[in-house]
Design a protein around this ligand. Structure first.
Ligand SMILES: Nc1ncnc2c1ncn2[C@@H]1O[C@H](COP(=O)(O)OP(=O)(O)OP(=O)(O)O)[C@@H](O)[C@H]1O
Length: 251
């Protein structure tokens, strides 16, 4: 079973330190972890550091995976799509990056499953460059999923999606985490999504980890005042989900 732990992790662009001293105790297989924090807090940089795309001090410890450098899948925040490839070709290419170049029936079946689960089968033979922002985000998600990583890092995966799609993909990804024993880390601005879908929450502010715990431990009125500078309440709706209700900006 895969595990992920961060010890004193930092990251810099050139000589500019962006994050430092991030310690996250072992995250277990099947867990969904939301990474929250204001704009420019360092969430994307943390993901790039975990994915090995940015260097820095500290240790990213991956245990219990036999996939080597394919253990971690990364879905970036922006996916520009200038390539002259169809959606299906791009998924095949993404899938084959994890193994040999020969294509087996199992590869095609898995790609079809992911396309179906994300409800984008109809986009299969469209050019990547001719997709809407939301469609591009769904394809980028599919590209990460077809690699079958043990740890999936998703940077604001629902920012371009309509309400139905937001819930659909977060339901799918959390179910995949539970069923396949995959660890999913999701950077989110929508704190109601974090309350609803995450097992645990990492709060980043100014490049430092300010809190780690269950959603209700981390997302509190005092945290929202201090870190997000809003006056807000956390209240249960009639379906018993916690919700953030923002009343005003705080001084
Ligand atoms: N390639 C880069 N070179 C230099 N500085 C960068 C680079 N990428 C990001 N930064 C800076 O690092 C800081 C953290 O950015 P990052 O994208 O990690 O924040 P974030 O929490 O993901 O923000 P947002 O919620 O706005 O997407 C910002 O001040 C940003 O300007």
């Amino acid at each position: 079973m895969v595990g992920l732990q961060l010890d004193e992790v930092g990251a810099a662009y050139g000589r500019k330190t962006i994050i430092s001293g991030v310690c996250v105790p072992k995250i277990a297989a099947g867990e969904v972890v939301a990474v929250i924090g204001p704009n420019a807090a360092g969430k994307s940089t943390l993901f790039k550091r975990i994915a090995g795309l940015v260097k820095g001090p500290g240790t990213v410890q991956v245990t219990g995976s036999d996939k080597g450098r394919n253990a971690i899948g990364y879905m970036p925040q922006d996916s520009s799509a200038n390539a002259v490839l169809s959606v299906y070709e791009s998924l095949l290419l993404a899938r084959k990056q994890k193994s040999s170049w020969s294509v087996a029936d199992a590869d095609l079946i898995y790609i079809d499953r992911v396309l179906g689960a994300l409800n984008i089968t109809d986009l299969s033979f469209r050019d990547l460059g001719a997709l809407s922002g939301g469609q591009r985000q769904l394809v980028s998600m599919a590209q990460a999923l077809v690699r079958e990583p043990d740890i999936l890092l998703m940077d604001e995966p629902t920012s371009a999606l309509d309400l139905h799609r937001q819930v659909e993909v977060l339901d799918f990804v959390t179910t995949q985490a539970r069923q396949r024993g995959m660890i999913v880390m999701i950077a989110l601005h929508d704190l109601n999504q974090a309350l609803r879908f995450a097992d645990r929450v990492v709060l980043i502010d100014h490049g430092v980890m300010r809190a780690f715990g269950t959603p209700s431990e981390v997302i509190t009125a005092s945290m929202l005042r201090q870190i997000y500078r809003v006056e807000a309440r956390i209240e249960k709706c009639s379906r018993n989900f916690d919700h953030v209700i923002v009343d005003a900006t705080a001084a």
